[in-house]
Design a protein around this ligand. Sequence first.
Ligand code: NAD
Length: 403
Amino acid sequence: MQNPFENALLQIRRANEAKEFPESFIERMTHPDRQVRISIPVIMDDGSQKIFEGYRVEHNNKRGPYKGGIRFHQDADMHEVNALALWMSLKCAVANIPMGGGKGGITVDPKLLSKTELEKISRGWVRGMLPLLGPEKDVPAPDVNTNGEIMSWMVDEYEKLTGEMSGATFTGKPISNRGSEGREEATSMGGLYIFNALAESLNVEGSLRIVVQGLGNVGGNAALLFEADGHKIIALSDSRGAIVNEDGLDVKAVMEFKKVTGTVVGFPSSREISQNELLTLECDVLIPSALENQITGENAKDIKARLVLELANGPTTPEADDVLFAKGIHVVPDILANSGGVTVSTFEWEQNLKNEKWTKEDVLSRLKIKMEKEAINVLDNSRKYNTDLRRGAFILAMERLSQ
Ligand code: NAD
């Protein structure tokens, strides 16, 4: 597994080759403001004590409070959280929202925890990170294996410890607990708006065959939304395996099947394939929506999609970027493609601060305007500097951050 932070730093240096920034700025970007590691002791259901490791990286707050999700995963570590925090600074700048970059995590496989243990570990993370958090300081959100319910426990713990009502300290909360309409599907909806804004210019139009890796919050909603937009979802996967049906999968039915069995594998009228076969299927659009380092120097030459829409963070390594660019495959980079999530998180934060409640139509129309505008800005930049969309997006973010 490549170190994702090294990849993120390399992406910065490569963008700096396309447009040169002051060395002092580049150096600043490569050093997060603050890295915190905590121990979270939890009394498990059997009475034993286990200590889990938790992280928060605050990368940069020049444009606003640190902002970024919290990931619960057995492979989460400081390198990964560092990379994700750096990408958040860039992403918030691309989306042009008043937020800085941060990210959090706990090294744990949540599938092995009971619900009580999950709640204890979530509250423990907040207790350990309390000095950092606050609506004007650092505002976390969900990421892989975390969700609205976990955000509810976290905001409750924060409010108990501080004695203040402060919904704006966490985003991605359930609608019933000061969450925003449209947040659940915001990342995927933003991805669809961006895709549609670029499709004609990138010559990827019509009714398309789509492959989605990772049927979680982001991948599941993306599959539903692209299907509803007239495209055919031909392959889907989760951490346990991948399935294909060239005639198209019924996404809702696959999700219902997964809810019962725990995996997409075994869905009737589909064929099981390997994780790597899924990535290299003949298709128009490949949507990685799981983890980092999926499209690498090893498999990039076999990718047959015409366009890769990175809804996951860091799914394509810099080495793979070069191979795809040479093959004429467009990569809509994560810091643009999945910026809809943090954009609606910022809308949620704003609603909480003003004690307002926006309608879903209002949230989505604001999101659409922002996503379309920044997609075109990134495309223009890539053309201006005669480079790929990733460098175009990095240059846009770095221009805004350096100013
Ligand atoms: P999630 O936990 O809801 O879903 C992750 C999915 O990926 C699960 O279905 C899991 O089974 C699957 N998965 C894990 N490992 C896999 C593998 N090796 N192969 C195939 N599938 C695998 O998480 P999510 O919130 O949907 O996040 C997915 C990605 O999107 C992450 O990279 C995250 O950082 C990024 N992202 C999320 C948001 C958000 O709003 N949740 C916003 C921006 C970016």
